[in-house]
Design a protein around this ligand. Structure first.
Ligand code: MTE
Ligand code: MO
Length: 177
């Protein structure tokens, strides 16, 4: 009986702790990228030092155009470098070198609103799949608007759009061990 009483008296404290833990975890999920630069994409994480790529530098990379239909919109042409091309300065393993323990590498795409989505490095590799995700700079030849741009991930062939990250700020390079 005494044990029972103690448990019940602890309930409000236990609930408060649970709420505090869940809300702080949710807040952490929504932290914007700490190294973001306005109008640029920053590569950071498991690389020697963060690398900033400006719009001009992204435009200088080979450009790919893919078809995609935005949420509630009509079929569009999205153009920009592949995420693989954007990641080139990070010198990550690619093609035949992407195997064994390297298969645990991944990239977290981070957005201005704190939204984040993860791709395995292999999903970005053109030797693994015919069409790989791009960092779109334009839609139907026009720069992306403020809601989506200036940079938006477009994933060819992926029907759900949860990884079509809008307002991309950073690519965090990581790996599991
Ligand atoms: N920055 C950012 N990008 C995002 C999201 C988001 O909340 N923030 N939502 C994703 C989801 S779940 C979908 S379905 C698509 C389309 O969202 P929209 O309908 O708000 O354009 O964007 C994706 N990209
Ligand atoms: Mo969604």
């Amino acid at each position: 009986m005494i044990v029972h009483g103690i448990r019940w008296r602890m309930m409000p404290a236990a609930l408060a702790l649970l709420v505090a833990l869940t809300s702080s975890a949710a807040a952490q999920d929504r932290q914007p990228c700490p190294v973001a630069r306005p109008g640029a994409v920053v590569l950071y994480g498991e690389i020697d030092a963060p690398i900033t790529l400006t719009l001009q530098e992204l435009e200088a990379l080979p450009q790919v155009t893919v078809e995609g239909t935005p949420h509630g919109g009509t079929a569009s042409r999205y153009t920009g470098p592949t995420l693989q091309a954007v990641l080139t300065p990070a010198r990550l393993p690619a093609g035949p070198a992407l195997r064994g323990s390297e298969m645990m590498r991944y990239v977290v795409v981070e957005a201005a609103d704190g939204y984040r989505a993860l791709f395995a490095l292999a999903e970005l590799d053109s030797e693994f799949r015919a069409a790989t995700p791009i960092l779109a700079l334009s839609q139907n030849g026009e720069p992306l608007g403020d809601d989506d741009g200036p940079f938006q991930v477009v994933v060819p062939g992926e029907n759900r759009h949860a990884r079509w990250v809008r307002q991309v700020t950073c690519l965090r390079i990581a790996r599991d061990r």
